[in-house]
Design a protein. Structure first.
Length: 481
């Protein structure tokens, strides 16, 4: 294999060892810009060999420079480059101009280009969100589809973007996690230009005579980011001309601190699990910096949206003082007894639903199924796992006037093989069910209100399988929404 060329400016292998515009033109400043991008790629292992890399190409200076840089780099790094352009349909002829520019730019360099046209305004109205957030979600969904079989997504975020993000998050009262700005790598998303300022990007484009389009909305003060870019950043540059570089160093330090605290939290909570939640007395021993990270992580796993500092503060109060609080995404943080539960809200209460055989669709989207079981299958169940009998009901107990419902006041149940009758409240307490689990538990009851089967407790006494009772039997089960 041929040895990699060395940069005539730095003497380093693979740093600036790229095909040049013309062999005689050695630009020390340009080499330093390219070397800075290469250092970020190496430090964060952004571009493994033999990987697909999909670069987002809007047509602006940042994305044009990144696409050009990766196009020149792919032979050295041995990855496969493709580009993606999303036409948001927000700027009429200007959006179509940007799309045509992206097509021409890629065609002249032999870069495969994927284009998608969407109407972000319609999507934003339908989803009840802003066009900026909706556009970002649509772009990343597009990129995700293109890399579904593996690969990296390269975006052209710069040190200037990072500094603006840090200021935006600071103005909103963010903690360490928000103040660290835009991470160089997040999952399969990589940002090779995260250490370069916008001025360096423009110098790169000028050196290689790269044309690009300008989004006129970037000069409007309708968006918070534009206000920060146009009004706040110049003030910081007056204080420190190297403001972006200083912000990058601060972001790196904050990211290290945040990662350390996150590891401390993960080690601390490893043994705190209890049933469907966590031991509340143990969780309360966490200091606030660890507790906030724990709540942010677990609500995220449960499906919560991004939590603001207010949501985190209220969730921490619920842990410290008891009680519950809802956070974005329909997630409930609830401290009950000595257990902390973090889970999704159940659907609204619904009226009993008449049983339909073999399939009953419930108002919350779940599906209740009944399947007849042969004697041979029952014999196999006896050999392998008696617990599977919890989902077997005697066919003789199933009548046409039965209902599927959730709990009701005064409900009691006699579980199969226990020989006792208990209130549902006592059964739920013994099983350490959260309030949301209790509200969601599915019951099969007869017309008189007697419970014949419960989702997590099985059939009632006399309704399930027994060795001295011949079939037929049915197997019941639930498909989640």
């Amino acid at each position: 294999m041929a040895r990699p060329r060395r940069c005539r400016c730095t003497g380093r292998a693979n740093l600036c060892a790229l095909p040049r515009r013309r062999p005689s033109a050695v630009n020390t400043e340009l080499c330093k810009i390219e070397e800075k991008a290469q250092r970020a790629i190496e430090a964060y292992a952004m571009l493994p060999e033999n990987e697909l890399v999909v670069v987002g190409l809007s047509g602006g200076a940042d994305s044009v420079a990144l696409t050009h840089f990766l196009w020149r780099l792919q032979a050295v790094r041995r990855f496969t480059l493709q580009a993606a352009h999303l036409n948001h349909g927000l700027r009429g002829a200007a959006a179509d101009r940007d799309e045509q520019f992206a097509r021409s730019f890629c065609a002249s360099r032999g870069i495969p280009l994927h284009v998608r046209q969407v109407c972000i305004a319609d999507l934003a109205r339908a989803g009840g969100c802003g066009t900026e957030a909706c556009g970002r979600a649509a772009r990343y969904a597009f990129f995700d589809e293109l890399t579904a079989g593996g690969g990296r997504i390269a975006t052209a975020h710069t040190a200037s973007d990072n500094a603006e993000t840090m200021l935006m998050n600071f103005a909103r009262g963010a903690g360490t996690h928000g103040l660290r700005g835009i991470p160089p790598v997040r999952g399969k998303i990589v940002r090779p230009f995260i250490a370069l300022s916008r001025n360096e990007i423009e110098r790169y484009c000028a050196y290689y005579h790269l044309e690009y389009v300008t989004d006129e909305t970037n000069l409007e003060r309708d968006y918070v980011r534009n206000q920060i870019r146009l009004d706040a950043v110049p003030v910081f540059r007056k204080i420190n001309p190297a403001f972006e570089a200083a912000a990058t160093r601060a972001a790196e330090q904050l990211a290290q601190d945040d990662a350390f605290l996150t590891r401390q939290m993960e080690d601390a909570v490893r043994t705190m699990r209890q049933g469907g939640g966590w031991r509340l007395d143990a969780v309360r021993t966490l200091p606030d910096p660890l507790l906030s990270r724990f709540l942010a992580a677990e609500t995220g796993r449960a499906g919560a949206g991004r939590l603001t500092s207010l949501h985190l503060r209220l969730a921490m109060q619920a842990v410290r003082n008891g009680g519950g609080v809802s956070v974005p995404g329909g997630i409930q943080v609830n401290a009950a007894g000595n257990t902390l539960f973090i889970e999704r809200h159940p659907a609204q209460e619904w009226a009993p639903v008449p049983l339909q055989r073999p399939v009953t669709t419930l108002p919350d989207g779940r599906v209740f199924r009944m399947t007849e079981v042969s004697e041979a299958e029952i014999e196999n169940l006896r050999k392998f796992n008696n617990l599977l009998f919890n989902n077997l009901l005697s066919y003789d107990t199933i009548t046409d006037n039965m209902f599927l419902r959730t709990r009701q006041p005064g409900d009691c149940f006699s579980p199969r093989a226990r020989g006792v009758t208990k209130s549902l409240k006592k059964l739920f307490n013994e099983a350490k069910f959260s309030p949301l689990q209790r509200a969601r538990e599915l019951l099969l009851a007869d017309a008189a209100g007697n419970i014949v089967w419960m989702e997590h407790f099985g059939p009632s006494r006399g309704a399930g399988w027994s060795a001295d009772k011949k079939g037929p039997y049915v197997r019941v089960g639930i498909d989640d929404a």
